[in-house]
Design a protein around this ligand. Structure first.
Ligand code: MN
Length: 206
């Protein structure tokens, strides 16, 4: 797995998926990825470029825009689109066709320190993912040196809380409704068992 790269400055580009649109099936269908990546993620990037053009935000990285606009009611539109562009680029790499299984040793040590077992960590992630009311995200993140499971609503992420995201699961309905309808818990369990990319998370420990 490649190390995380710096996400490019504006005009922001829709980065290629790290696998084919059909590669996550049957857990997530090619149809769902096609809409999720090709319509939703693409739309956030395009809206961000429109909103940033000709403003002081043009030329800034996603992270810089997120930091400059978080929590500011009059900047909500640009924050939402920048944060969703960041979250989606991150969420594709949080999944892999040969995911699940055991985390690499360095990550496992930190998981044991924070949650007791890998199973305990997955249970916390599943609880965060299924109890996030409405649209949002479940995250494994570093807060200082300690691992935490965090849930965020809508476009928000641990970046706005000074934490370092390690991996995420998208629990917006667009992520699972075509395949699972209202069964969010089944989607989350399948992602954690079969797609979650522990190597990517370990690489983000830094
Ligand atoms: Mn999404």
């Amino acid at each position: 797995m490649k190390k995380k790269k710096t996400i490019s400055a504006a005009p922001h580009v829709l980065q290629a998926l790290p696998y084919a649109q059909s590669a996550l099936a049957p857990v997530i269908s090619a149809n769902t990825i096609g809409f999720h990546y090709g319509k939703h993620h693409k739309g956030y990037v395009e809206n961000l470029n429109k909103l940033a053009a000709g403003t002081k935000f043009a030329g800034l990285t996603l992270e810089e825009i997120i930091s400059a606009t978080a929590g500011k009611a009059d900047k909500a539109a640009i924050f939402n689109n920048a944060s969703q562009a960041w979250n989606h680029a991150f969420c594709w790499r949080s999944l892999t066709p040969k995911g699940g299984g055991e985390p690499p040793a360095a990550l496992k040590l930190k998981i044991r320190a924070a949650f007791g077992t890998v199973k305990g960590c997955k249970m916390e992630l599943a609880t965060a993912a299924t109890t996030q009311f409405g649209s949002g995200w479940a995250w494994l993140a570093l807060d200082g040196g300690k691992l935490k499971v965090v849930k965020t609503g809508n476009a928000d992420s641990p970046l706005t809380r000074g934490m370092k995201p390690l991996l995420t699961i998208d629990v917006w309905e667009h992520a699972y409704y075509p395949d699972y309808q209202n069964r969010r818990a089944d989607y989350v369990d399948a992602v954690l068992e079969k797609l979650i990319n522990w190597d990517f998370a370990a690489g983000n420990l830094g």
